[in-house]
Design a protein around this ligand. Structure first.
Ligand code: SF4
Ligand code: SF4
Length: 103
């Protein structure tokens, strides 16, 4: 296992999760103040036409709410997605963008 460099995938040149060092992936659940999806003011949306199914967004999501199976387009669990935008930042193809939540 290589030493983690703590750089975002987009700037470190990873093209797939397979090139990244091993990282723990958490499982989302309801906390004492409810589901984290209620915190969101912006939500990530994925353009399936642009996504290359690399899985990097899945590994970087701090809440483990991106559901990814190899060779498939990731899905986002909006019940727990808190809208932090990290997935948008690390996507090497800019397949993810943030849109404001509707009132
Ligand atoms: S916005 Fe944050 S919590 Fe939501 S899917 Fe992206 S990385 Fe995960
Ligand atoms: S949304 Fe971006 S980071 Fe996620 S699998 Fe698709 S191309 Fe990779």
């Amino acid at each position: 296992m290589g030493k983690p460099d703590n750089k975002p995938a987009a700037s470190s040149g990873y093209s797939s999760w397979r090139e990244m060092p091993a990282v723990p992936v958490s499982v989302p659940c309801k906390g004492s103040i409810g589901a984290t999806g209620e915190w969101r003011t912006f939500r990530p949306v994925l353009d399936a036409e642009v996504c290359i199914k690399c899985g990097i967004c899945y590994l970087y999501c701090p809440d483990g709410v991106i559901i990814y199976k190899e060779e498939s387009i990731p899905e986002i669990d909006y019940t727990y997605c808190k809208g932090c935008g990290i997935c948008v930042t690390v996507c090497p193809k800019k397949a993810l963008g943030m849109v404001r939540e509707q009132e």
